[in-house]
Ligand binder design. Structure first.
Ligand code: CTP
Length: 407
């Protein structure tokens, strides 16, 4: 076991679900990121993954038993709880989540959970019906209230043949999220950051609307990265299917008008405003109270009159005092030229531009590549995961904010 102060020391709790077969891969992912990992298995977990496999990849002896005299002599369980920089429980079954939520410490893993003061992460993995059960929801809510970070679950095909939420998120994603949360320098400590994300919907009648392809993923990743860097984050989100990152205040809105109202009353309390949302530029001039009928149109050439939505970022950036303002631009041609012009026109301190004509980055992709443009220069960030882009952007924005004399 390493004693190096810089290596992150991770207790990896493994409980008895089929996803436990992925635990050796998670150990490898964590070790690749420089962590020292001690696996801790529940009795049921030993039915799905062997101690031999975990010993080989962790290079530390896995622990399974509170009453193992040899292991306790080498490092007692309280000492082990103190040693950890983080406790990850992956997979976390419905049963282990229930025991943790209720403070039941009847084996080594649940005892370590109560005894450690390190940040705790759980990656739930269970059948979709078990996931949707009210008891599981209550238990997870309690864990969140107790400061535990819940990672996932993912949606998809399950080992039991069902389909839906309940799959453990992949080991590389768990490793990435945990190392980002515990290893991120707190460059935004003490700041209040307001972020918009996702599309807006502009209704024509009760069933039809104008919108765009924004998934909200880049804005949500940025909110998570800013939180991990120490900021107090408020996220104003358009209609998207994304879970709220832990520790973030989320305000759901639908239309550009609602987004503007939500931002306008919060901006005076923010130090930094990042406008990632793809706000619809126009809304239907008339919103019909009832569903429009085809027969109501006199010609086959149906026209909808539109009126312009107010520019949210422009309205915040144009008034003093104001927060440090960062905009986003998704362009399909001459991205840098358009973004430079937009930054000046909307009085923004910086703008982040990406080229959405490339299907490998942008809208529905999990990758992105962007350029950050500010008054003093331009920084290009090559293609990488949206989470990694978000972390780099947070570093850049924090540095610009500090050099503008506001940090
Ligand atoms: N934006 C906003 N309110 C709007 C429209 C855009 O706050 N009504 C913000 C976006 O969140 C983004 C920036 O303005 O940060 C640039 O958005 P974009 O749609 O590219 O700008 P437009 O001025 O609408 O330019 P375009 O002519 O390319 O549509």
């Amino acid at each position: 076991m390493q004693t190096d102060n810089h290596a992150k020391r991770i207790l990896l709790g493994i409980s008895g679900g089929i996803a436990a077969y992925k635990a050796p891969m998670l150990v490898r992912n964590l070790r690749k990121m420089g962590a020292d990992v001690v696996p801790v298995l529940t009795q049921n977990a030993t039915r799905f993954v062997t101690e031999t496999a975990l010993q080989a990849v962790a290079d530390n002896r896995p622990r399974t038993d509170l009453w193992d005299a040899d292991a306790e002599a080498a490092m007692g369980h309280i000492e082990l709880a103190r040693w950890a920089d983080a406790l990850i429980i992956a997979p976390a079954t419905a049963n282990v989540i229930a025991r943790l939520a209720n403070g039941i410490a009847d084996d080594l893993l649940t005892t370590l959970y109560l005894a450690t003061t390190a940040p705790v992460f759980v990656a739930p993995a269970m059948n979709v019906k078990m996931w949707e059960h009210a008891a599981t929801g209550r238990n997870l809510e309690r864990l969140r209230d107790d400061g535990v970070t819940v990672l996932g679950p993912a949606d998809g095909a399950q080992a039991c043949g069902e389909f839906g939420p309940g799959r453990m998120i992949e080991p590389d994603e768990i490793a990435e999220k945990v190392t980002a949360a515990i290893g991120t320098p707190r460059v935004l400590d003490g700041t209040r950051v307001l972020i918009t994300a996702g599309p807006t919907r502009e209704f024509l009648d009760p069933v039809r609307f104008i919108s765009n392809r924004s998934s909200g993923r880049q804005g949500f990743a940025l909110a998570e990265a800013a939180h991990n860097a120490g900021a107090q984050v408020t996220l104003v989100a358009g209609p998207v299917h994304l879970p709220t990152p832990t520790g973030i205040e989320r305000i759901d809105v639908v239309s550009a008008k609602q987004m503007k109202d939500a931002v306008t009353c919060r901006a005076p309390h923010a130090d930094i405003f990042v406008s990632v949302a793809a706000v619809a530029d126009y809304r239907p001039h008339t919103v019909h109270g009832q569903k429009l009928k085809k027969s109501q149109q006199r010609s086959t050439d149906f026209r909808v009159a539109l009126k312009e939505n107010e520019d949210i970022v422009g309205s915040i950036a144009g008034v003093k005092p104001r927060p440090f303002v960062v905009g986003f631009a998704a362009e399909t041609e001459s991205p840098l030229e358009h973004a430079r012009e937009k930054r000046r026109r909307k009085c923004m301190d910086a703008i982040v531009v990406n080229d959405v004509s490339d299907p490998a980055i942008g809208f529905d992709s999990s990758d992105n590549a962007v350029t950050l443009i500010h008054a003093g220069g331009e920084v290009g960030l090559p293609k990488m995961r949206k989470g990694a882009i978000a972390r780099r952007l947070v570093d850049e924005i924090a540095a610009l904010y500090a050099s503008a004399g506001r940090g």
